[in-house]
Design a protein around this ligand. Sequence first.
Ligand SMILES: *Cc1c(COP(=O)(O)O)cnc(C)c1O
Length: 408
Amino acid sequence: MIQTSLDIETIRKDFPILNRQVNGKPLVYLDNAATSQTPRQVIDVIVDYYSNYNANIHRGVHALSQEATDAYEAARKKIQTHFNAAKTHEIIFTSGTTHSINLVANGFTSILKKDDEILVSAMEHHSNIVPWQMLCERTGAVLKVIPMNQEGELRMDAYKKLLSEHTKLVFCNHVSNALGTVNPIEEIIAEAHSVGAAVLVDGAQAAPHIKADVQKLDVDFYTASAHKTCGPTGVGMLYGKEEWLQKLPPYQGGGEMIAEVTFEKTTYADLPHKFEAGTPNICGGIAFGAALDYMNAIGFDAIAQYEEELLNYATEALLKIDGLKIYGTAKHKTAVISFNIDGIHPYDIGTILDKLGIAVRTGHHCAQPIMDFYGIPGTVRASFSFYNSKEEVDSLVEGVERARQMLL
Ligand SMILES: *Cc1c(COP(=O)(O)O)cnc(C)c1O
């Protein structure tokens, strides 16, 4: 029985999309690790922006531009407070985690030398692998992989052995999107710092479940995407320690990021604008702030507790299904369940679930190396949010059992 402090019925009323039907069945949305749904409170902020003060920021003297600038900068402040960054200008607005990582990887081109080493974890999203491979191609640096065990936990013993004075950068996700593993990033960061390496933590998958404190973690870079925390797509953030952001060159050239431009020489704007070339996703940034407000009003402790109850309830029920195997059984994980049933392709299960109105993800989840590790083509992934109900878990379990009977 789920005992929760969250009033799920009331919370669900905030999300208009949850009233929809899919294939004649009530929508059961369990693809939250790909994109979360958007509450009315955030939708209202978006409608208000375009209805009342849509204008470009930082330029105009007119009222609308001022209002837009104030709201955008207030959102930056909210993000700073949420992640407990020391300074507002340590928060850079980006289009999302992928953009944030590419910004840092590009910046290190001028810092790394041949044979410097970069460590990445074995359970990274492609967006946290490919930019580093490209960086290695540009610089001659070497990419090394921190291995994981069968449960989907990083092997910290192996990590410590990989670290040396050659290590310049360590990249790791806070939470794996494919397995749900919560990585021991505090320890990973401390060990990396002991050899003088910088650490970027990809927080895209952690941000909806865990409130990270970047100062307490002492992390050098941390990323998040609004669309996984009840906000809109196409906006996110990069946190960077001021000293690092000063050291890195700008990523893109353009308007907004300059102090002075002549054809002979351009000087760059101060942080954070140095990294924010062009007109940003203004409405998206404001809505990102509103989404964090919404989640904080519910409370991350309550969210974590409820989601853990959902995870345990769902895990127990799914494991009763014949031939079902769960990938990612770390002791510390978020509410993500990746699974397969013996002899059935994940895509076929996903297709039948869709016919029943149940949205799950199938495939490699942008983490092909993990699938190779387990020797499987992909998995079915059900990922839960605080607005999912126990009844929805029951629908999933019934749906999977039905798919098994149809397909075997
Ligand atoms: C979603 C996700 C990303 C990519 O985020 P975008 O918003 O698509 O840029 C990167 N890493 C992890 C762990 C993710 O879950």
